[in-house]
Design a protein around this ligand. Structure first.
Ligand code: NCD
Length: 312
């Protein structure tokens, strides 16, 4: 079995079989990660460069751990402190790195479409680690994998994605992934943070009422307000946002059922999610982080050795 794609640019390009293959492979790697020696030599002699043009904590550490646990050689690059600040183009930066014989590229960039653009210029597998407001495919895979782990399956489950849907690449990738796996999705947040025509375009339900969405769902994936991507204010204040849309333990306790709480991190505690909810038994936030390593090991393993043609 192999993936139908040569890069992981987005979930939009994946088929259900691809996602299932990634999950089965991640199951095996999760087993490896429970062992005293958490390392396999699968990607020995493979060199992977992590190109981070935008800040990251979890995703970057998670990719680096995944690469090292597969035995790959790892090179890390961050835009700050590099020649990008001297005016070098993305293609020049990448071609210079590739001429040092790099076999795979993991890239995060604040411009939507940056990894897609790169795939027109380089012939090694590219993994998108988050591009602007577009996609964050490995996050969606680890989110769906964590739902499958907690609830047994994703098909038929009701998932509410809460908050800044408009600027969240996590939201878009999650929608593609969950829909492909047969879940029902509701996006919930202030009208100014939910793109128009979302329901028709992506086949999701839209709600502006957090309580109603939580009453409906099995799982709530709560997102951070992406203030760094908003040029003009889209709501009155964080305090008011929190009062209207914040998820807290009192709200969870008042529901007629138990729901699962997820968050991709970083959490703005007390804004979209209170500490008593984030740290409660409802939360699988740290399981998501743990599963991220196995999912990224699976993606890297399944893409290694692919020889992509230049995209047109
Ligand atoms: C997310 C991201 O960078 O898109 N974080 C992550 O990768 N875990 C979400 C966010 O920044 O809010």
């Amino acid at each position: 079995m192999s993936l139908s794609v040569n890069h992981l640019l987005g979930i939009r390009n994946l088929k259900r079989q691809d996602i299932e293959l990634i999950f089965q492979t991640a199951d095996t790697f999760k087993g490896v990660l429970q062992r005293p020696i958490k390392k396999v030599p699968t990607l020995r002699d493979t060199t992977i460069v992590n190109l981070f043009f935008e800040n990251s904590t979890r995703t970057r550490i998670s990719f680096e751990l995944a690469e090292k646990r597969l035995g790959a050689d790892v090179v890390n690059f961050s835009a700050s402190g590099s020649s990008v600040s001297k005016g070098e183009t993305l293609i020049d930066t990448v071609n210079n790195i590739l001429s040092m014989k790099v076999d795979m590229v993991v890239m995060r960039h604040s411009a939507s479409g940056a990894p897609h653009f790169l795939s027109k210029h380089i012939q090694v597998p590219i993994v998108n680690a988050g591009d602007g407001i577009n996609e964050h495919p490995t996050q969606a895979l680890l989110d769906a994998f964590s739902i499958r782990e907690r609830l047994g399956s994703v098909a038929g489950k009701k998932v509410a994605i809460c908050g800044d849907i408009m600027h969240s690449r996590v939201a878009l990738s999650n929608i593609y992934c969950l829909k492909e796996l047969g879940a029902e999705v509701t996006v919930v947040g202030p009208p100014t943070l939910i793109p128009k025509h979302m329901a028709e375009a992506l086949g999701v339900n839209v709600s502006y009422n957090i309580r109603e969405a939580l009453e409906w769902c099995d799982v709530a994936n709560v997102l951070r307000i992406q203030l760094e991507r908003q040029n003009t204010p889209l709501f009155s204040s964080l305090r008011e946002y929190s009062l209207a849309y914040g998820v807290n333990k009192a709200l969870l306790d008042s529901l007629k059922k138990e729901i699962v709480i997820m968050h991709p991190g970083p959490i703005n505690r007390g804004v979209e999610l209170s500490s008593d909810a984030a740290d409660s038994s409802h939360s699988i936030i740290l399981n998501q982080v743990e599963n991220g390593v196995a999912i990224r090991m699976a993606v890297l393993y399944l893409l290694a050795g692919k020889k992509p043609e230049l995209a047109v």
